[in-house]
Design a protein around this ligand. Structure first.
Ligand code: KOT
Length: 843
């Protein structure tokens, strides 16, 4: 191509394989066939979205035989299967991911180009599957990618919400939520499987059957309809499955009405049971405790566990068994991983199916259950820990309540044997709290599984010393750490192709599936040409982001300034407000000293607040108002620019992360279990300014403390300060700049039209029990930023540290994390062998 193309179509030029002419011709043919036969349009009437769909179907065609083959292979080899259960999957767009993992992106690019279409524009038309809130849902998506890439026989199970996370608009500085109908156009990636419909039961009662067995009767039934999506591994011909369940009314549901002749009403009322999978609860790190959420959790669990058992029964191991299936080997053939407590009912559902349906004895059923299930905890925040009211639980799931009662009795019996005199301990450890009238899902998850893990070393340690201390003392062997990771495919190869190419020219492409190889980049830390290339790539990424923001949001930012970025869910513990106080101070300093030479900064915020989270929404408004004040102030010029980006999610992250200079990771120590945006920014050459919290601790270990800006209280200091009594007013009185910033908020400097608008924020900041101790870390945070500024003035020194950060990011690959789960929890073996390509014979 002519070099001029590069700017609009930068993926065109890549070292990742030159398209073969015959592939290009084939792609064009298939594309045209889909436009004609699948979309049923001709060129005169086809829309851009039709072109997107045609290319999506074309790419999907390349997946199909690999997908079928993978299933055949898994049946033939009958290796142990891994089942990942999660209420959230924040997948993002599929098209570019599929092309890259199949290695066909260059042919597709070329074919579209020859037909006068632009792949990057078409990619933007895909609505993203945003079936998650934040880190927890995105982690599930990264793990699916790694499990496929490592050749595991792995399945994701989740819910197919009609509405995923809401679309965020910022109107007059306020967050507004809009429904995001991601299924408005049919989704080309999913295949419905009505033949595998599964019944899920609710309500009713339990009676004693003649043969002394418990029988659940008079329940209502809702059907779970599976929708399968392909999960391609990287360049290994593996295509695993993500199975999402959608609620379908059962005709029996309104049997009475149907029979009474009220046919129209009976059909109309079916929709109420289909509400179960209507919408994702938009809370991150927070449990709302609504019955509809409990219905969702059971819906996922019941459908999935029945499906898992059905697959076990159909498996090779049972081929010879004609009548009675032997469940002894079930834990050797299935591992179920719980993504937090949200699918914790798996423990009881597996028990119920083994006992009531498969006729196993209680002890054997419990042994099998524990050996099958493992549990990942993602948060210590008390408001996020699920506890269901006994009444609600018992009414909705009467048989499960009985089984939990049995499990609890069994569990407390063991506790009593170990600590005979310790009544207090028994009270603390009960799964069913009769005083609070709650069922503790965290405790149920620990008792019902053989492994429990946190998501970063520090978090796993805190789990053992705080909320799960008693359980750790009971079963120390269960507790593990599995530090989170991110997939290097989406978070470097796809989102930052120029950096990926640059790295590959130096160290080859092994890093794509073995991220630890990045450490070879250390050899080039003094290579002047490499330093300049890294700088160029970062600058071009910043330019690209600037243009995108200009075009789509009419936001102006200057790519020559430092991009200082905090993008993540809005939550008080993440302390976006501390960043905001810092911004106000920087503003005040420029005003006070307009002639001083300072570096130009663009401070970027982005993130959604839960719709019911008043304080978080007010913080968004404050940031927006500060941004407005700064931009309207003629003294400031281009030295400081503050922007709040609308609708942060996976797709926007893919554009922002490659452009980050400085990564803000400033939670109060002890509260961010891991964090994963910290890893994404590091991998893309951003430097971290952060507290010693979550995975920041390990980032610091990997890169060395000279190559990261750490500040603030350690967890231990937070603990001691809380013990001694945190006094916000002390900090306020003793730091003039801090005092000034807070007074400006209080006096309406940022909200002249309504001077009291932020009074709640001011009040809470100064309370002595302010939970997130913002003021305690302010001064050190400001000093850390001065170190940042100092370093940034020396472009070469800064870039060397960027290189060292990229080189040290290897540990944070989700491939590493999944290898650890595979070895220490699931007992399965990853492979780097490729499956035979689809044109080879049947396995
Ligand atoms: C809790 C309740 C509902 C929805 C989400 C949560 C949740 C999210 N709990 N923890 N998380 C985050 O999980 C990420 C992945 O492990 C972590 O990196 C992050 O620190 C957690 O806050």
């Amino acid at each position: 191509h002519a070099p001029a193309l590069k700017e609009n179509n930068y993926k065109q030029i890549s070292i990742r394989g030159i398209p073969l002419l015959e592939n290009v011709e084939e792609v064009k043919k298939v594309f045209n066939r889909h436009l004609h036969f699948t979309i049923v349009k001709d060129r005169d009437v086809a829309t851009d979205h039709d072109y997107y769909e045609s290319i999506a179907y074309t790419v999907r065609d390349h997946l199909v035989s690999r997908w079928i083959r993978t299933n055949q292979y898994h049946f033939e080899t009958d290796q142990k299967r891994v089942y990942y259960l999660s209420l959230e999957y924040h997948m993002g767009r599929a098209l570019s991911n599929c092309m890259i993992n199949l290695g066909i992106e260059n042919s597709v690019d070329e074919a579209l180009y020859e037909m006068g279409l632009n792949i990057e524009e078409l990619e933007e038309l895909e609505s993203e599957a945003a079936l998650g809130n934040g880190g927890l849902g995105r982690l599930a998506a990264c793990y699916l990618d790694s499990m496929a890439t490592l050749g595991l026989s792995a399945y994701g199970y989740g819910l197919r919400y009609d509405y995923g996370i809401f679309a965020q608009k910022i109107e007059d500085g306020y967050q507004k939520e809009y429904p995001e109908n991601w299924l408005r156009y049919a989704c080309p990636w999913e295949i419905s499987r009505p033949e595998f419909l599964v019944p899920v039961q609710y309500y009713g009662k339990v009676i004693d059957d003649k043969d002394g067995k418990k029988k659940w009767v008079e329940y209502i039934t809702v059907h779970a309809m599976p929708y399968d999506s392909p999960i391609p591994g990287y360049n290994n011909n593996v295509v695993n499955t993500l199975r999402l369940w959608s609620a379908k009314a059962s005709e029996k549901f309104n049997f009475a009405l149907f029979n009474s002749g009220d046919y129209i009403r009976a059909v109309a009322e079916q929709s109420s049971s289909e509400d179960i999978t209507r919408v994702l609860y938009p809370n991150d790190d927070f449990d709302e405790g609504k019955i509809l959420r409990l219905k969702q959790e059971y819906f996922l669990v019941s459908a999935s566990v029945q499906d898992i058992i059905a697959r076990y029964k159909r498996s090779k191991i049972n081929l010879k068994a004609d009548q009675q299936v032997d469940f002894t080997n079930f834990p050797d053939k299935a591992a179920i991983q719980l993504n937090d407590t949200h699918p914790a009912l798996s423990v009881v559902e597996l028990m119920r199916l083994l006992i009531d349906v498969e006729n196993l004895g209680w002890d054997q059923a419990f042994d099998i259950t524990k050996r099958t299930i493992a549990f990942t905890n993602h948060t210590l925040l008390p408001e996020a820990l699920e506890k269901w009211p006994i009444d609600m639980f018992q009414k909705l799931l009467p048989r499960h309540f009985q089984l939990i009662t049995d499990i609890n009795a069994h569990h407390l019996d063991i506790v009593q044997k170990k600590w005979p005199e310790d009544k207090e301990r028994m009270k603390r450890m009960t799964i069913i709290d009769d005083e609070a009238k709650k069922v503790n899902m965290g405790y149920l998850s620990v008792v019902g599984s053989h492994a429990v893990n946190g998501v970063a070393q520090m978090h796993s340690d805190l789990l053992k010393s705080t909320i799960m201390k008693d359980f750790y003392e009971l079963n120390p062997e269960k507790f593990q750490n599995k530090t989170n990771g991110i997939t290097p495919r989406r978070w470097l190869l796809i989102c930052n192709p120029d950096l990926a190419d640059l790295i590959t020219t130096k160290i080859g492409e092994g890093w794509i599936t073995d991220l630890a190889q990045l450490k070879q980049l250390r050899d080039y830390v003094d290579d002047e040409q490499f330093i300049r290339d890294i700088q160029r790539v970062k600058f071009e990424n910043k330019e690209r982001l600037s243009k995108f923001l200009k075009k789509n949001f009419n936001v102006n930012i200057n790519p020559n300034s430092m991009f200082d970025v905090q993008v993540k869910r809005l939550h008080e513990y993440k302390r976006q407000l501390l960043n905001c106080l810092r911004v106000i101070t920087v503003y005040n300093r420029i005003k006070a000293n307009p002639d001083k030479d300072v570096i130009q900064r663009t401070i970027i915020f982005g993130g959604k607040a839960a719709p019911g989270y008043k304080t978080a929404k007010l913080i968004i408004k404050l940031i927006c108002n500060v941004a407005r004040t700064v931009s309207e102030d003629p003294v400031i010029g281009d030295r400081l620019r503050v922007v709040f980006l609308e609708n942060y999610g996976v797709s926007l992250a893919e554009k922002i992360i490659p452009a980050v200079d400085l990564s803000e990771q400033i939670s109060l120590a002890g509260l961010e279990a891991s964090g994963t945006s910290n890893m994404k920014m590091m991998l893309n050459g951003g430097l971290t300014i952060g507290t010693m919290d979550g995975a920041n601790v390990e980032i610091c270990e990997e890169v060395g403390k000279d190559n990261i800006f750490t500040f603030g209280l350690t967890y231990k200091e937070v603990d001691e300060l809380r013990e001694k009594g945190y006094n916000a007013k002390d900090y306020y009185e003793h730091n003039a700049e801090l005092k000034q910033a807070i007074e400006q908020i209080r006096d309406g400097v940022f909200s002249p039209e309504d001077p009291n608008l932020f009074s709640d924020i001011v009040k809470s900041l100064l309370e002595s029990d302010e939970k997130f101790m913002l003021l305690a870390d302010y001064e050190e945070y400001m000093k850390a930023h001065e170190r940042v500024e100092q370093l940034y003035k020396d472009g070469t020194e800064w870039t060397k540290k960027c290189i060292l950060n990229i080189a040290a990011a290897g540990k944070f690959s989700s491939d590493r994390a999944i290898r650890e789960y595979a070895k220490d929890i699931w007992n399965v073996t990853p492979t780097d062998k490729k499956l035979p390509s689809p044109d080879a014979g049947r396995p």
